[in-house]
Design a binder for this molecule. Structure first.
Ligand code: SIN
Length: 311
């Protein structure tokens, strides 16, 4: 029988329709900066089926002191510290531009108190350009960034406070830096989360090769890239088995094969992160290669792979 010439990659994540299953990890692809480099060509062939913004905070933040990056074998450590224009700056300066890329927009937000999360969610959700909101309770690089996301009871309480504010999808970004991420995921679902995304970076450090001190200005950071992929796959699988809400899987995806591994581990859709730093068209390559990768593994559709169970 002749091989089908193409496989339909259309899918959805908590009601947001997507042309395909490839997102970006928050903070790994600056679409506004990329547009300055690539011009309208970026819009014509956008690398992702859904764009996730850099994490927005209530007030402007300068981020962490340098150095902020360290390359490792098969990965990198970042300690960026969520620099950004703050909520008002984002709404006034960035949101219109991000809405021009023609794909659904998920805005990532982070706060260190519930009241600020409430304001962030209310203000962002009120904008028509925004399809969903990701709650970053897993950044290892800011003081208190992890406190909520490390504790199931705190995560559930946060979700219960935020759930009544909007009907738009709320996605909880999970940390891998706990013994049992599925317990946090279960709590997020109990509190009303529509999806979880995972993994954020794994706590890590680097030592300056020339003097006896930590390389990163903040002392430590978070490891990402292919080095963390096996950890991410194990955690995605454990979480996908524990919750009924969809999982957005990421952690060292470099190509369509590794993207498909996450789908088979239980992720509904995937996100490309660190690879975007090496190749800003990595998302295009992952998308373009998925039909062939699906066929190689014997799937006639993306949906078949999404519902496959691992042996
Ligand atoms: C950062 O800006 O430090 C990285 C964001 C994150 O880990 O959530």
């Amino acid at each position: 029988m002749a091989e089908p010439s193409s496989i339909d990659l259309a899918t959805e994540i908590c009601g947001i329709g997507l042309d395909g299953p490839v997102l970006n990890g928050s903070g790994t692809f600056d679409a506004l900066a990329a547009r300055k480099v690539f011009g309208d060509a970026l819009i014509e062939d956008f690398p992702f089926d859904c764009y996730v913004s850099k994490t927005i905070t209530m007030n402007p933040r300068p981020g962490n002191p340098p150095y902020r990056l360290w390359e490792t074998p098969s990965g990198m450590i970042n300690s960026i510290g969520l620099p950004g224009p703050g909520l008002e700056g984002f709404l006034a300066r960035d949101l219109d531009g991000l809405a021009e890329f023609g794909v659904p927009l998920i805005v990532s937000v982070m706060a260190d108190q519930v009241e600020d999360f409430e304001v962030l969610v209310a203000r962002v959700a009120a904008r028509d350009e925004v399809a969903g909101i990701e709650l970053n309770v897993s950044c290892p690089n800011v003081h208190s960034g992890l406190i909520v996301g490390e504790q199931p009871s705190e995560t559930e309480a946060l979700m219960k406070a935020l759930r009544p504010i909007t009907e738009k999808p709320l996605v909880v970004k999970l940390t891998p830096n706990v013994a049992n991420p599925h317990e946090v995921a279960v709590a997020a679902e109990a509190g009303g989360a529509d999806a979880v995304s995972m993994i954020n970076t794994v706590k890590a450090a680097a030592i300056d090769p020339t003097v006896n001190r930590a390389w990163l200005g903040a002392g430590a950071g978070g490891l990402s890239g292919p080095a963390v992929r096996p950890i991410a796959l194990a955690q995605v699988r454990a979480v996908a088995e524990a919750v009924t809400i969809p999982v957005i899987g990421m952690g060292g995806i470099t190509d369509s094969e590794s993207a498909l591994e996450f789908i088979l581990a239980g992720a509904r859709v995937v996100a490309v992160g660190t690879e975007n730093f090496r190749d800003p068209r990595a998302g295009n390559a992952v998308k373009d290669g998925l039909p062939a990768a699906l066929r190689r593994r014997g799937f006639a559709s993306l949906a078949e792979a999404q519902s496959a169970t691992l042996g």
